[in-house]
Design a binder for this molecule. Sequence first.
Ligand code: BG6
Length: 509
Amino acid sequence: MNKPENHILVIFGASGDLTYRKLIPAVYDLHKQNLLPEKFAVLGASRTKLTDEKFRDKMKDGIKKYSNFKNDDGKMIDDFLNLLSYISVDTENPENFNSLKSYLTKLDGELGTNGNVIYYLSTPPSLYGVIPTLLGKNGLSNSSNGNWKRLIAEKPFGYDLASAIELNKKLSKYFKEDQIYRIDHYLGKETVQNILVTRFTNGIFEPLWNRNYVHHVEITSVENIGIENRGGYYESSGALRDMVQNHLLQLTGLISMEPPSSFDSNSIRNEIVKVFQSLKPFNEKDILKNAIRGQYGSATIKGEKVPGYRDEKGVEPNSRTETFVALKFYIDNWRWGGVPFYIRTGKRLPTRVTEVVIHFKPTPHFLFAQQDEMNSCNQLVLRIQPDEGVLLKVGMKVPGQGFNIQNVNLDFHYADLSDTYLPTAYERLLHDCMLGDSTLYQRADAVEAAWKFVDPILNAWKNDHKIPIYGYPAGTWGPEHADDLIEEKDLKWRYPCKNLANDGIYCEL
Ligand code: BG6
């Protein structure tokens, strides 16, 4: 495995939750696997005033809770913590960026990191334009004299199409496109990358992967948790912005893209963009018929009363923010013309599961009496989480008299590879950025094309109060109106379980 060049990682928003739960534990995991450069440091930067010691203590706690190596003894973690320091930076006081510059110059001189820096924006999104501008104005953004500066921007990247275009413009003033890494952590998941491998290393799938053999595609990414303490953020976001515009469309892109000409960053990202640009735009009629939104109400789940969305902290009592979305849409191109894509996401559903299911068309003729149309179709389930794996449903003869058919599972579970280390999404993505590989990051045109697709729905939901938002009790599979999206006889959403192969038999949620 390549080692990245020496550099400093500056995390803006270092006192926040993402740094604590995901970023520093991921950097520690890289450290443990000897994947960090020889000369390396993390500089936490936030408005909060913190000493290095306080920052390190908090990060130690995060590592002990969330790292893949959380059981390491304190001494080992302490050694790593020496790489961390902290500086208080307030964007309201632009002169703070002078102090940041001096600090970075000093650190760089002491360590010999050759002026290479990664800036990670993990702040409230309102600062995504402000910080890069202040970096630029202070001469901290230029890659020059053989050194490099890279910028990672967390999601949400923009609030709608107009703000995403605006943000791209702001960033491009001081950073070139090849310096900007827009993160969608779903692309960092092993099983999401495995979609590409499944498709492009197995000759048996490609001939079937099109409108001639695929009946429909179903993508589910649901959670059993509510919005936790993120009421403020979620009220201004909702499920369409939070999950569909990014994660679910990225999955759609990987499932439906053409084979790239080679496995380099631009070839892959070119193909993903083409998919987004081919998404059939929603007109008013489609929005009413093919875009269903819902919001969870209170319920008792496993004996425990859970609050409804409107009772959560930071949420308006008459909020119309959606916590559930189901869409039916089409990709207008030669491969997928006429094949419906059904996608679904929601909070407070029965379980946490993300999967992509390719439903193949039924056989053209039924030889066996018990073969019913949709239930005998082959399905390929690419399970992203949990119980990561791949499952193919095939019809088999039930032993005994006659020809009774049953759908059985051919399944592979990552967990069976017990000695294989599964890196976290942030670990993978941080390391890629350190290596200068942007394949698994989003390009400006892709982000904008994704917003262009969801914008009409966002606008209609915001402006047309006649469009219903359906309630659903927490702990259920969302509003039943989502079922109406799938109109065909015998066709319904899958109700996946925690265990990939147990659906339809015994379901552990
Ligand atoms: C984030 C969303 O991007 O993804 C969250 O903001 C959501 O609302 C999370 O819970 C889901 O990620 P994962 O990796 O747990 O599926």
